[in-house]
Design a protein around this ligand. Sequence first.
Ligand SMILES: NC(=O)c1ccc[n+]([C@@H]2O[C@H](COP(=O)([O-])OP(=O)(O)OC[C@H]3O[C@@H](n4cnc5c(N)ncnc54)[C@H](OP(=O)(O)O)[C@@H]3O)[C@@H](O)[C@H]2O)c1
Length: 282
Amino acid sequence: METIKLNNGIEMPAEGLGTFLMEPDDAQAAVESALEQGYRHIDTANYYMNEKAVGRGMRASGVPREEIFLSTKLWPTEYDDADAAIDATLARLGTDYVDMLILHQPICDYIAAWKSMERAYQAGKVRSLGLSNFPQEKIQEVIDAAEIKPQLVTVECHPYFQERELREYLAPYGIVIEAWYPLGHGDKGLLEESVFQELAKKYGKTPAQVILRWHVQMGNSIIPGSTNPAHIADNADIFDFELTDEEMGRIAELDGTKRYYQPSQEKLEAYAAMTADYDAQK
Ligand SMILES: NC(=O)c1ccc[n+]([C@@H]2O[C@H](COP(=O)([O-])OP(=O)(O)OC[C@H]3O[C@@H](n4cnc5c(N)ncnc54)[C@H](OP(=O)(O)O)[C@@H]3O)[C@@H](O)[C@H]2O)c1
């Protein structure tokens, strides 16, 4: 497993397991399976309602806590009292610290929440900080207000939506892009693209592995989601081959053709109003 050095010096495994939309029992099993198969990076969120299960999966795997890069996200309804939300998040996960804490959506008082995250960072409860779904102008607003600059920005990113402008903007800050929906949320159309079929044959890999390899060569961190142990294993088996510049160029041509998820301002505001009893999760 390759690692990416964050701009605060911390090494993050380039690939992790995503747990979006996983019911608690499935999340626990997937986390345990991934850790047993060599993964050392797990991504969850308050909003996924599976943090307790992720914590159980980590403990059941027997992998020491300090070997795992654990990432989670605060939901906007938590931003107003983020100090308490961070402590509650750690309690649900059953850990004293997380390796990455991310503001999930660019709404509500995200600057106040960033300040709470900075306090948690200084207190050793959080080792690095990130933003999710923030557009460039709001990333800049956080950077301008921050004592501790972001280490990572996570956004929808895959061969159909490659985020080249954002990548250029983030590069001088050394901020890493983490791709969510790295496999287009499992879209068959993406997996069946002729370029991925052809390269899969050439390298003796699957189309999904070729797509994940493309991400790694773009410098993206990836967190593919899967509850299928065979897919979980395959998705990590991407560090023994390399796409050529010409092949990377062919994949570049797919850029801009599709975005799977584009929340309107209205939807974001509706999101903001949503609350959940995170502690009541299984
Ligand atoms: N920050 C945000 O707002 C945000 C939003 C969305 C997602 N995320 C994060 O990003 C992660 C990834 O997103 P995602 O899980 O929705 O989408 P994804 O990783 O692009 O795709 C997951 C889908 O692909 C399938 N799949 C996985 N590996 C495969 C393989 N080797 N071959 C064929 N199919 C495969 C999975 O099915 P099987 O289970 O059958 O393998 C699942 O249906 C999430 O889990 C979450 O952690 C963050």
